[in-house]
Design a protein around this ligand. Structure first.
Ligand code: COI
Length: 344
């Protein structure tokens, strides 16, 4: 039986200065199963540390996936999720790649809804940010030898968030790193495994120390084609053509990426998913990044091999229009005629 931790409508925090950082909330959702069964029934519990065997598959061999999705509060107080079924499907695909059972789409979406409702006072007021939901699927059972873990845990926790980058909505400065790779053919770059993220920290820290916002990675075979940034997908605009790297196994199939492709087509742009060389990138009119955490972020400049190129940003930029439309739909300000939003 859950007891409200507080009857207040909003948690007592500074809603005007939300950043993308962990702010612990009241409840989390958890569900477990063994490797022989499917997930059955989970439950909410107070947010807190979880107990794991030191031999857990996730700790020893990185058997784990995560997702990210957001809940928004409308002006009239109703709560909206954005395409949570797409995150559920992506988790299923990733689970297959990582030899894990996964929750069904309905179980996933239900868990996310329950987590939002239990943490309702942490959903920011309309227009001030969102409640970021972090579903995790981990091999929680012990195994000393390299093998799928004997037990799995699906967990959802939440944190109110604002803009991902410290730049806020200001244009990003990206650095093309041609030393470190993010993914390789046949690897796991296309799924959201936890083990895709720590390996980019070295490149990311180095770039941040030099004043850049994020790193753009090149394909590991030719060192020529743009893949994605550490935390988001990338798009380029040239004339009426918008292009983004094709999801060929090394690129994460972003939910925001797919939504932006559709919105760009709707407003009359030609959109291509294909290989984009670094030369073509540097010759673009405009570059922008997309992701659940990042939303749609304009890129002001890119530095590659000590050459810096500036790109169009501001109210004339296509990305500004796409951002406004996407955020309008997500926040329930623009009518959703695509069936993307889910009211809780
Ligand atoms: C997201 O955009 O939700 C992600 O999972 C990226 C993460 C590095 C914050």
């Amino acid at each position: 039986m859950l007891h409200n931790l507080s009857d207040e409508e909003y948690a007592d925090i500074d809603w005007d200065n939300l950043k993308f950082g962990l702010m612990t909330t009241d409840y989390m959702y958890m569900m477990k199963c063994t490797k022989e069964e499917n997930f059955q029934q989970g439950q909410l519990s107070r947010y807190g540390n979880i107990e794991l065997s030191p031999a857990a598959g996730v700790l020893n061999y990185g058997q784990g996936l995560f997702e990210g999705t957001k809940a928004y509060r409308k002006e009239d107080g109703r709560l909206l999720l954005f395409r949570p079924d797409q995150n559920a499907v992506r988790m299923k695909i990733g689970a297959d790649r990582m030899c894990m059972p996964s929750p069904s789409v309905d179980q996933f979406v239900d868990a996310v809804k329950q987590t939002v409702l239990a943490n309702k006072r942490w959903v920011p007021p309309a227009g001030k940010g969102s409640l970021y939901l972090r579903p995790l699927l981990i091999g929680s059972g012990p195994s000393l030898g390299l093998a799928p873990a004997p037990e799995y845990t699906f967990l959802v926790y939440a944190s109110p968030v604002g803009n991902y980058f410290k730049e806020g909505l200001a244009p990003l400065r990206l650095y093309v790193d041609d030393e470190f790779n993010r993914a390789s053919p046949g690897g796991t770059g296309g799924v959201k495994t936890i083990s895709n993220y720590a390996p980019v920290l070295k490149a990311l820290n180095r770039a941040k120390n030099r004043g850049f916002s994020d790193v753009l990675y090149l394909d590991s075979v030719n060192k020529r084609y743009v893949e994605e940034a550490s935390a988001c997908n990338v798009f380029i605009v040239k004339g009426n053509l918008i292009s983004t790297p094709a999801t060929n196994g090394t690129i994460l199939a972003g939910v925001t990426r797919r939504s932006i492709i559709e919105l760009a087509c709707d407003i009359g742009y030609e959109v291509e998913e294909r290989g984009i060389s670094v030369e073509e990138l540097m010759d673009a009119d405009e570059v922008f990044c997309t992701g659940t955490a990042v939303v749609v972020a304009p890129v002001g400049s890119i530095t590659y091999q000590d050459k810096r190129v500036d790109f169009r940003t501001g109210s004339e930029a296509v990305c500004q229009k796409l951002y406004s439309t996407l955020v309008g739909i997500q926040q329930g300000v623009i009518e959703d005629n695509k069936g993307w939003t889910v009211e809780i």
